[in-house]
Design a binder for this molecule. Structure first.
Ligand SMILES: Nc1ncnc2c1ncn2[C@@H]1O[C@H](COP(=O)(O)OP(=O)(O)O)[C@@H](O)[C@H]1O
Ligand SMILES: [Mg+2]
Length: 328
């Protein structure tokens, strides 16, 4: 492909430099007729995303996910906080060329074909015609749209899934190093979601950094290296799934005999039937085995039960927001 694929600023970035690093990002809006109501969709958010990482920002509706992306992209100015994107200060226009963005509700020009729309998006990045003639078919193939459809059919005739794929192709038109995807799977049927996941995984394989918002936890579990959990504008957790879910692992143990008085109160959900017993243990494995062998018990089955991301998510939201019905 042409040399325009290599962004001019790429040489300035050292590989160890994070793709995203922000500290204390806060956004406050004044709303209401008298502008006297203050809402803070983002409060003191600090996060780091390494280059080549796929980071999923999770949170219930209204948690501040879109606001986070908008602040990172410079679409809205943060009220306070600072940070860098690809090594440049937030809001620096020079990195726009190296970033892709699929908005939550993208606007499509109904009477353009997908090809015309992508061509227009490429022109916004000042990509020469010869580059676009090569890149548009490549992107259409990546997102699974036929060239024939893209050339002939206007966007108003596309299904939601086809539009989302067109939006994804648009987000990649400038061959970005860092891609922001705001709810890329929402509104898609299971096949559409699967295809979108495959596209994101292929971006990951190409070494691109992907930052995406989602409230669809199954997708996040499959795609992400790291996740952040945002609730009520606060980033309450961030880490790998192992780090987050590992904190809440439980051992389920079954056995028989032994002096049950020594351990029945220490196991959760303890159940005794005849000489057989079972229970759950949230501590360390050596400690559990020490207690059971010390009591002369015979262990017949021991399983590590990790909390699902969904259970973790619901627990965390409840811990912050109380026991209300959770809208995910
Ligand atoms: N421009 C704005 N003016 C006032 N309030 C806003 C604005 N943008 C977002 N909000 C509010 O901020 C909160 C978080 O919104 P958003 O970031 O879109 O959440 P999410 O993407 O997690 O669903 C919501 O309560 C929303 O109403
Ligand atoms: Mg949103």
């Amino acid at each position: 492909m042409s040399e325009t694929l290599t962004p001019p600023q790429a040489a300035a970035v050292t590989p160890s430099e994070p793709a995203i690093a922000v500290q204390g990002l806060t956004k406050t809006y004044r709303t209401g007729f008298w502008m006297n109501k203050v809402v803070s969709p983002l409060k003191d958010c600090s996060l780091t995303v390494a280059r080549g990482e796929t980071f999923g920002l999770l949170g219930p509706n209204g948690a501040g996910k879109t606001t986070t992306i908008k602040c990172l992209l410079g679409i809205v100015d943060p009220t306070s906080g600072s940070g860098t994107l690809l090594g440049k200060p937030l809001g620096d226009r020079s990195i726009k060329q190296r970033i892709g963005y699929l908005p939550e509700n993208p606007y499509f020009y109904d009477y353009l074909t997908a090809w015309e729309f992508l061509h227009f998006a490429g022109q916004v990045f000042r990509l020469p015609n010869c580059v676009l003639q090569e890149r548009i078919p490549q992107l259409l193939e990546l997102v699974g749209l036929s060239i024939d459809t893209a050339r002939k059919k206007q966007l108003r005739t596309y299904s939601k899934g086809m539009l989302q794929r067109t939006g994804m192709a648009q987000a990649l038109i400038n061959d970005p190093e860092l891609v922001f995807l705001d709810e890329p799977m929402s509104g898609l049927d299971p096949i559409g979601r699967y295809q979108m996941r495959e596209i994101i995984l292929s971006l990951k394989q190409q070494g691109k950094t992907v930052f995406f918002n989602s409230h669809i936890l199954a997708d996040v579990e499959i795609i992400c290296n790291r996740v952040g959990l945002i609730i009520g504008g606060k980033l309450v957790q961030q880490g790998t799934l192992d780090e987050l879910l590992g904190q809440t692992q439980t051992y389920v143990v079954h056995g028989h005999d032994g002096d049950v008085h020594q351990f029945q109160d220490r196991l959760e959900h303890f159940h005794l039937q005849g000489s057989h017993w079972s229970g759950e243990w949230g501590g360390s494995l050596p400690e559990l085995l020490g207690i059971l062998t010390g009591a002369g018990a015979v262990v017949t089955d021991l399983r590590l039960q990790r909390q699902s991301l969904e259970e973790y998510f619901v627990d965390q939201v409840r811990a912050v927001e109380g026991d209300r019905p959770v809208s995910v």
